[in-house]
Ligand binder design. Structure first.
Ligand SMILES: [Zn+2]
Length: 163
C-alpha cells in the first residue's frame, strides 16, 4: 500500500492541463517524433507555445512585444500523421521565415520543400498518401487556405523534385 500512496502522491505533482492554459516558450519541439525548431527571416529563433484551447493545429503570430511566435494545440495535432504534423509546423514557421514573401501559398510550398530537404518526404507513394491526407483537411481550418484537394495538389507540386 505504500507504493500506491507514493503513486498517488506523484500523480498529484503532474501539472494539470486546463482549458486556455498557455505553456512555453520552447525553441525545440517534438513534432511527430522529430525535433523541430524555427528561425524567422530576421534570424531570431521563433518561440513556440502550447495552447490546448487553440481552435487550430497551429498558428504563427507576433507577440505583443513584436517577437515571432508559433502557437500549437497538441490535441488537434494528434489527429494527423507525423508527416502532416511536420508539414504543418514548417508551414507555420514559413510565415516567419519567408519575410517579405510570406503568404499562404508560399508557406504551403515552403513546408513541402522543408520535408524534402530533411528527407522526411522522399518518394512518390509517400507523397501520394500525404496529398490524400492533406486533401481531407477542410479549407476553413485556417483562413486564407484553399479547399483541400486544390491546395494539396499545389503543395505536392512544390515537393515533386526529390533531388
Ligand atoms: Zn498559414
Amino acid at each position: 500500500m505504500k507504493l500506491l500512496a507514493l503513486i498517488i502522491a506523484l500523480l498529484a505533482l503532474v501539472p494539470r492541463i486546463s482549458e486556455g492554459q498557455v505553456m512555453g516558450p520552447q525553441y525545440l519541439v517534438q513534432v511527430g517524433g522529430l525535433a523541430m525548431s524555427c528561425k524567422a527571416n530576421s534570424g531570431v529563433q521563433v518561440a513556440i507555445y502550447v495552447d490546448y484551447s487553440l481552435d487550430n493545429i497551429g498558428v504563427a503570430r507576433t507577440a505583443p512585444n513584436g517577437a515571432p511566435i508559433i502557437v500549437l494545440n497538441p490535441n488537434v495535432i494528434s489527429r494527423y500523421s507525423p508527416i502532416v504534423k511536420q508539414w504543418w509546423f514548417a508551414h507555420e514557421c514559413a510565415h516567419h521565415a519567408l519575410g517579405p514573401w510570406n503568404n499562404e501559398t508560399n508557406a504551403d510550398c515552403f513546408g513541402a520543400k522543408e520535408l524534402v530537404k530533411f528527407g522526411i518526404l522522399n518518394n512518390n507513394s509517400q507523397l501520394q498518401s500525404f496529398v490524400n491526407e492533406l486533401a481531407s483537411l477542410p479549407g476553413s481550418l485556417q483562413s486564407g487556405h484553399l479547399p483541400g484537394y486544390e491546395r494539396a495538389m499545389r503543395i505536392a507540386s512544390c515537393a515533386l523534385d526529390f533531388s
